[in-house]
Write a protein that binds this ligand. Sequence first.
Ligand code: ATP
Ligand code: MG
Length: 235
Amino acid sequence: MVLPPKDHPRYKSLLAREKLVEASDVVANQGLIAHGRGEAFDYLLGEQTCLPALSAIKAASSAILAAKKPVISVNGNVVALAAREIARLSEISGAKVEINLFHRTPERIVGLTKMMKKVGIDALGENADDKIPGLSSERAKCCSDGIGSADVVLVPLEDGDRCEALVKMGKKVITIDLNPLSRTAQTAHITIVDELTRCLPLLSDFVKEKKGVDSFDNKQCLSDVLNYMAERISS
Ligand code: ATP
Ligand code: MG
């Protein structure tokens, strides 16, 4: 990997791009496009965790703490950018990790399984023996001891169609998505509008300290995020 110069003002952003390019055998090209869309929204947030996002992180912590079978669903972008942060959340919360790909190939599943193994996680995904109803072929595959039987699913950077299918299955769905207008953001029960690697450590800390919130309204939260962005633009 070609490391960007440490004194570059956009060091973190360049490093994230390098990580994704470096993992090009397991990250779909489409994932690079999705990353670019995320970066654009992060500019509107000032590349920091806003207060509404913090309340969503606390709500996510509550949901994970209350879950009987929490599962973290990861794709290529998530593993390439945040394998360690996912491993820490999994260890602290007891949530299983399942590799669940929109552009699923056996090679990508094997590669991502190895990357999670390097950070100490035995991820599910290789033996997908279950299906998410309402989705076609490869996109539907999942594991019966993972997503199939989970009550709470954290699916960062998920596609809107699949997010909706998980909600229809009766799962409590938490997502991380920088675009508050995406179908995923609008469909999930708890949407954390924040950058993946920035919010995961906060979420892990809350779960570790057993902190959360009693009530949370996702529609209100998304509206607060949009107002925050609008105020930043108009000022
Ligand atoms: P939808 O299908 O939900 O309408 P979409 O088709 O625009 O959304 P997808 O490619 O399906 O987008 O999902 C990826 C989402 O993840 C995008 O909304 C993007 O903004 C967001 N995203 C990309 N990179 C990050 C990141 N590092 N942290 C948080 N969110 C990100
Ligand atoms: Mg989509």
